[in-house]
Design a protein around this ligand. Structure first.
Ligand code: TRP
Length: 333
C-alpha cells in the first residue's frame, strides 16, 4: 500500500513537472513578443490639439489596444518649438517606434523629415497634399496617411449669414506662418462673395501682436472668421477680449474655440477627429500600408452655439438654431 501511494505521488509529481514544462513553453512566445510603441508628437498645447490627443488614445482602445498592455505610448509636446519637433522626431526614429503620429502640420512635417520608413499617421492635418506630406489624398504613396480636419467652410459661411443677416464685411484673421490657417483663409476669401460678404484679411506673426491686430480689425468689420489657426487657438481669450469690446462676434472653425469664447460654428468635433486618427494608428500597427490607405476626411460638422457670448454681444440666436444645436451639437449656456 505504501509503495502504491509512493508511486501515485511520483506519478503526480511527474505530471506536474511535465505540465509546468509544457505550459512554460507555451507561454514563451507571448513573453517574447514585444509590446509595440507609438510615438505621438503634438506641436503645442491648445484645447483642440489636447482633445485630439485624448481621442487618439480612445481610438486605440476601441480597436483593442490597451495603453501599457498592448501598446506603449511615447507622448511628446513640442511647446511650439521647431527644434524640439526635430529632436523629438529623430528620437522616435532612433528608438524604433513602430508607428508615429503628428498632431498639427509642423509636427507632421518634422516627422516626415525624420523618416521615410516608419509609418506616420496624421492627426488632423488640414491640407496633407498642400503641406507636401502626401502625393495624393487618395493614394498617399509613401509612409504617410491619416486624418484631415479640413473644415466645412460653406456650412460655416452659411451659418454666419443666417445669424448676421445684415453683416457686410467679414474679417479673417490668421497667423502668417500657419499653413493650415492660410489654406482655410484662402478658401474663405474665395467663397465669401457667394454669401454676400466682402473679406478683409488680417495677419499676425505671433500671440504678441494678436491684441493689437484684433483691436484694429474689430473697428473695420461686422463679424470675424477664425480658421484652424494653432496660435490663435492657444490665445482665444486675447482675441475675444479685443472683439467683445467692440461687440463684434467671432466665428471659429471648431467646437473647442466656440467654448473658448467664439459665438458659433458648424465645426468638426476635435475629440472625434482624434478617435478616427487612433483607429488609423491601430490599422498601421496591424500592418496596413500608408501608401495605399487614403486620407480620411471628416465631413459633417456639429452645430455649436455659445449663448453666454450671444448674450454678452446682444445677438439673438433663433430658437430653431438653438434647438438644432441641442439635438445634434452643443449649446454652451
Ligand atoms: N489643422 C491644424 C494643422 O494642420 C491642426 C488643428 C487641428 C487645429 N484642430 C485644430 C488648429 C483646431 C487650430 C484649431 O496644423
Amino acid at each position: 500500500m505504501k509503495r502504491m501511494i509512493a508511486l501515485v505521488v511520483a506519478l503526480l509529481a511527474f505530471i506536474g513537472i511535465a505540465y509546468a514544462v509544457t505550459s512554460h513553453n507555451d507561454a514563451k512566445p507571448a513573453t517574447k513578443k514585444e509590446v509595440p510603441t507609438v510615438g505621438i508628437l503634438q506641436m503645442m498645447s491648445h484645447p483642440a490639439l489636447d482633445q485630439i490627443h485624448k481621442g487618439i488614445l480612445k481610438g486605440l482602445k476601441d480597436e483593442g489596444y490597451k495603453v501599457g498592455k498592448d501598446v506603449k505610448i511615447d507622448f511628446q509636446n513640442a511647446e511650439n518649438d521647431q527644434s524640439n519637433m526635430k529632436t523629438m522626431s529623430e528620437r522616435f526614429v532612433n528608438e524604433k517606434a513602430d508607428v508615429v503620429v503628428g498632431i498639427a502640420t509642423p509636427a507632421a512635417q518634422a516627422l516626415a523629415n525624420a523618416t521615410k520608413k516608419t509609418p506616420i499617421i496624421l492627426g488632423a492635418i488640414t491640407d496633407p497634399k498642400g503641406a507636401k506630406l502626401v502625393k495624393s489624398n487618395t493614394k498617399p504613396g509613401g509612409n504617410i496617411t491619416g486624418v484631415s480636419d479640413q473644415a466645412p467652410i460653406d456650412a460655416q459661411l452659411k451659418l454666419i449669414r443666417q445669424l448676421m443677416p445684415k453683416a457686410k464685411v467679414l474679417g479673417v484673421i490668421a497667423t502668417s506662418s500657419d499653413d493650415s490657417a492660410q489654406t482655410q483663409a484662402k478658401m474663405v476669401d474665395e467663397k465669401a462673395a457667394k454669401y454676400g460678404f466682402t473679406v478683409k484679411d488680417f495677419g499676425i506673426s505671433s500671440t504678441n501682436d494678436l491684441n493689437q491686430v484684433a483691436g484694429e480689425m474689430a473697428s473695420q468689420v461686422d463679424a470675424v472668421f477664425v480658421p484652424t489657426d494653432n496660435t490663435i487657438a492657444s490665445a482665444m481669450q486675447t482675441l475675444v477680449a479685443a472683439t467683445n469690446a467692440k461687440k463684434i462676434p467671432v466665428f471659429p472653425t471648431v467646437d473647442t474655440m466656440v467654448k473658448d469664447g467664439g459665438l458659433a460654428t458648424i465645426g468638426l468635433n476635435q475629440f472625434h477627429l482624434g478617435v478616427s486618427t487612433g483607429k488609423m494608428v491601430a490599422a498601421a500597427l496591424k500592418g496596413k500600408k500608408p501608401a495605399t490607405t487614403p486620407i480620411h476626411f471628416e465631413t459633417t460638422g456639429d452645430l455649436v452655439v455659445n449663448l453666454k457670448v450671444a448674450k454678452k454681444l446682444g445677438i439673438t440666436i433663433p430658437d430653431s438654431v438653438v434647438t438644432k444645436a441641442e439635438k445634434n451639437g452643443e449649446v454652451i449656456k
